[in-house]
Design a protein. Sequence first.
Length: 149
Amino acid sequence: MKVPEPLFKFINVIVTLLLKSPVHGFFSDSLMVIYFTGRKTGKGFRTPVRYQRDADKVICFTSKETRWWPNVKAKPEVTLLIGGDMKKYHAEVITDDLQRISPALAENMRLFPQDAPYHNVRLNKDRTPVAEDFEKALPETVLVELTPA
């Protein structure tokens, strides 16, 4: 089930506060806050996102419809709040390399099947993605790979 889009403004504030608090451990195993700079305004922004670790990288996903990733693409030096720690990272935004996006998104959906609706992907009874939906989702998916700065 998808949370209605207008609620995210409120939810994102609450999640960010929780991830900055002493109780972050209940949430920070899969949620982080990415701090970035606006490409036009130079203003600082932040948004909580689901993440996973991939070897020495941190990766996260969003949709091409969201507005935060173009800022990160333009100004790839970001700060991540993960597990109560703030550290600098360099972001690589991947929008059209389906060979890289596909296996990473498949692993993400295996780990977090509850996120499939945000990619407009239905799940089979065994909680695997419906292949047709998954293929349609790939061109609309943005993969962000983050390496320590």
